[in-house]
Design a protein around this ligand. Sequence first.
Ligand SMILES: [Ca+2]
Ligand SMILES: [Ca+2]
Ligand SMILES: [Ca+2]
Length: 225
Amino acid sequence: MMNLKPRASYLAPCTSHFALRSPLTSAGMTLVEVMVTVTILTLVMAILFGLSTGLGDTAKVQGAKITSSDQARKAMIYATRDLRQAAKSSVSGLPGPSISYRVATDLDGNGAAVDVGGNIELSALRQIERDLTDANGDGIAGSQLVLKIGGVTQVLANDLSEDEDANGNGVLDPGEDRNGNGRLDRGVWFERDGSGIKVTLQSEGHSRQGHLIQTQLTETVFPRN
Ligand SMILES: [Ca+2]
Ligand SMILES: [Ca+2]
Ligand SMILES: [Ca+2]
């Protein structure tokens, strides 16, 4: 004859344990599971937020770099193209932040920039300099580079770096490094380079975090006339 008593008492605790756990499992997660999930979600959101902020800053920095380099590049292309047509004897203002010159021009309409006596024909005086007096009345003065021909003012670039050489001695003195990059910036500078003219342009912008984005271009041009 079989004795079922021990078997019944062995199964009893199991049935009871299952009865306590079952409602909790089917209803959802335990408090620990909820806390772990919330922590993971918080971490994921923090990482995503950090990534989006970082991408935004990178885009802003790239935008400032492109704007800054575009300003300097376009102005350099135009200035050197015009200076290449200059008559060497007409160039003045070097070295300095401004240059004036005349270019060879066909004044008498004979098809060449020389007159009947074989002398070179020159244009009206041209000047490349900062628009310190806001001659074109657009509200932008010192940070704007312009080409002035007679009474016409043409914008070559905006966002020109400021001239840090406050005492005009050509050397970086204490207190003159306004943008903190460790060198003397002038924004625009013209000087002799052998028989050529060396042009230096610096333009700048700032990232959202206030970092300086500066572009410096230097090119030597040789006037043809
Ligand atoms: Ca202006
Ligand atoms: Ca100085
Ligand atoms: Ca500087």
